[in-house]
Design a protein. Structure first.
Length: 87
């Protein structure tokens, strides 16, 4: 994965260059992607919206909107889990 590094709360995360070239992607979207991608490291796991909020300092609503946009643009994939607090 070619990309650039961004810092979140003192930690460095890699973000694909495609995100930087996508006009519809915001800094919040990049931060959310970086944290989620780092947590997953290519594995199929769940990540809580709460943990993304804590790591990025964005609101729950902003994180949810970023996750929706990132999945719609196929940077991430997600599975709904009704009644669960993880994505």
């Amino acid at each position: 994965m070619k990309g650039l590094m961004i810092m979140l709360r003192g930690l460095w995360y890699k973000v694909p260059s495609e995100l930087f070239n996508d006009d519809g992607i915001t800094k919040a979207d990049m931060a959310v992607f970086a944290y989620v991608a780092d947590r997953l490291k290519g594995e199929c796991k769940s990540v809580s919206v709460r943990s993304v909020c804590a790591a990025t300092d964005y609101s729950r609503r902003q994180v949810q909107e970023s996750l929706k946009k990132l999945t719609e643009r196929r940077y991430l994939s997600a599975q709904e889990r009704p009644g669960q607090c993880t994505m």
